[in-house]
Design a protein around this ligand. Structure first.
Ligand SMILES: Nc1nc2c(ncn2[C@@H]2O[C@H](COP(=O)(O)OP(=O)(O)OP(=O)(O)O)[C@@H](O)[C@H]2O)c(=O)[nH]1
Ligand SMILES: [Mg+2]
Length: 425
């Protein structure tokens, strides 16, 4: 049942690097028991690394334990896709059967054949880089077509709002619309949001690594993303078989919990991590405090479903105070009244997020309507550029058509409408 991890482009591979470092750390106890969901029988990671240029992947191979990646699962091209979704999606015109897409799909097929049963794939990619967004969208579509029964969970990184790259709004628009069509769920991380939270936490995460520079780098941000992923997807005791072996169900149980309606599948994750023992109620309060409350039009945000994962030595107290915690979570996240079971929780006495000392982590993944604010911003910026015909020739040049844009606008508009309709008011 274990997942295949497919990391695409610079951002996808750099986030993947932090994720594999965390999960394959020697400090992880019972690693033999927990190995299964992430490794195939011959000890190689259940992962494919794809990028249109070799630099980032070379670094990844140096940083993650030597020999962990299967050589044939490393797929690189000769040059990047220039922050252009169309170039990433269609590839260079000269490419044929030997293209990065074909090679990636051939290796993916072999990885599927290596397991007793294929359950699904987790994609790691940015929404705005040419490779991560364009090739990421193409791989998502191809995998859906070839393996229609398997789950697809995307872990997508949204760019900083201000001044990164003028094409980012088009790339995000197109990639988001592809994810809405072909993925089952999208764990959306926003670079601005991560940065703000890390700054607000007063460098608490940075305390753990004394040599770290005071400025927050991509690597720090990726550590945060990897830590959220680990909290949500590292095996939890409640989902293990009676013999204690994980069957790697976590990513799919996550989808089952937080995507009750297939038209609303974008997920917002928050995490608090404390050394020693701390009050779960206090940790929950600090998460709820940072939640976006109102939309830009003043509408109160709501959640269709929420999953909380509590990890660490204090989980007994979490279980004992479950009723007030759930009540507070339901109110804080504004759970819709039409879902009779909007809340779910998992617990595990070991905290993967902080492996060095007694610690607790609370991670909450919610299908929260605040995502439609982000979608609206992307729509607004992309529409202004589209109406002004700005940069469009770069997309036509690489095989995009007007219909791709019109369809993407329509799909994203419908996502905003669906989130609005999913609320009670
Ligand atoms: N959080 C995070 N964001 C990143 C990282 N690297 C790049 N990004 C973001 O990703 C976007 C750029 O995408 P990349 O992943 O660099 O691009 P790519 O997929 O390699 O595509 P091309 O280089 O255009 O072929 C920008 O919005 C960056 O802010 C990273 O390591 N962490
Ligand atoms: Mg790149």
């Amino acid at each position: 049942m274990s997942a295949i991890w497919l990391q695409i482009g610079q951002c996808g591979n750099q986030v993947g690097q932090e994720w594999w470092k965390l999960v394959s750390s020697e400090k992880v106890p019972d690693s033999a028991v927990n190995r299964y969901p992430f490794y195939t029988r011959d000890g190689k990671l259940s992962a494919l690394s794809v990028d249109s240029e070799p630099k980032v992947v070379r670094r990844l191979l140096r940083e993650v334990k030597t020999g962990s990646f299967r050589d044939s699962n490393i797929l690189v091209g000769l040059r990047g896709r220039g922050n252009n979704w169309a170039f990433g999606y269609h590839g260079p015109q000269s490419e044929d059967e030997t293209s990065l897409l074909h090679r990636a799909m051939a290796s993916f097929r072999k990885e599927v054949e290596r397991r007793d049963s294929y359950s699904g794939v987790i994609l790691l990619h940015s929404l705005s880089g040419g490779t991560g967004s364009g090739l990421g969208a193409r791989l998502c579509e191809s995998i859906r077509e070839e393996f229609p029964m398997g789950y697809i969970l995307s872990v997508a990184i949204a760019p900083h709002q201000g001044g990164e790259c003028p094409l980012q709004h088009f790339n995000s628009l197109l990639c988001l619309s592809w994810l809405q069509r072909y993925a089952d769920g999208v764990l959306l991380f926003h670079n601005d949001d991560i940065l703000r939270r890390m700054q607000a936490s007063g460098g608490k995460k940075i305390e753990q690594v004394p040599a770290l520079e005071p400025q927050i780098s991509f690597s720090d941000m990726n550590t945060h993303i990897a830590s959220c992923l680990a909290a949500l997807m590292y095996p939890v005791r409640s989902l293990r078989t009676p013999s204690g072996v994980s069957i790697g169900l976590e990513p799919w149980e996550l989808l089952r919990s937080v995507c009750p309606v297939p038209t609303t599948k974008f997920l917002y994750t928050s995490q608090v991590n404390k050394r020693g023992t701390a009050s779960w109620d206090g940790m929950l309060s600090s998460i709820v405090r940072t939640l976006p409350r109102h939309s830009c039009t003043g509408k109160i945000h709501q959640s269709t479903a929420v999953l909380a994962v509590a990890r660490g030595s204090g989980v007994d107290t979490f279980n004992r105070s479950l009723a007030p915690i759930m009540t507070k979570m339901k109110q804080g996240y504004g759970c819709v009244s039409w879902n009779p079971h909007p809340l779910n929780y998992w617990t595990d006495p070991w905290n993967i997020v902080d492996q060095t000392s007694p610690s607790q982590s609370l991670t909450i993944c919610a299908n929260h309507s605040s995502v439609s604010d982000y979608m609206q911003r992307v729509l607004e910026k992309a529409r202004i550029m589209y109406d002004a015909h700005a940069y469009l020739h770069w997309y036509w040049k690489h095989g995009c058509e007007e219909g791709d844009f019109l369809q993407a606008f329509e799909i994203l508009d419908s996502v905003v409408d669906e989130y609005s309709a999913a609320g009670d008011h």
